[in-house]
Design a protein around this ligand. Structure first.
Ligand SMILES: [Zn+2]
Length: 81
């Protein structure tokens, strides 16, 4: 779990970490999830195309959340966007 936090800390702005820590408390220790091939790795739900379009058009600094589990979605080159 410490390792996960380090990964997140290295990839999101500082203010996001507050939200992340809050979510982590609510979501059983996992406040953020990687978006992989249009699927949230937190809840394993494939995002709707409308959500994918929104995420695609969002600025890189915008916090995007999973509509299903509300975790912060971490966008990568493998997100399928
Ligand atoms: Zn999710």
């Amino acid at each position: 779990m410490t390792k996960e936090r380090e990964v997140i800390a290295g990839s999101v702005p500082a203010e996001l970490l507050k939200l992340y820590d809050k979510l982590r408390g609510q979501q059983g220790g996992i406040g953020a999830a990687r978006l992989y091939q249009r699927t949230c790795q937190g809840c394993r739900q494939e995002l709707a195309i409308t959500d994918i379009n929104e995420i695609r058009s969002a600025a890189p600094t915008t916090v995007v959340r999973c509509e299903n589990c509300r975790r912060i979605l971490v966008r990568t080159s493998e997100s399928g966007l």
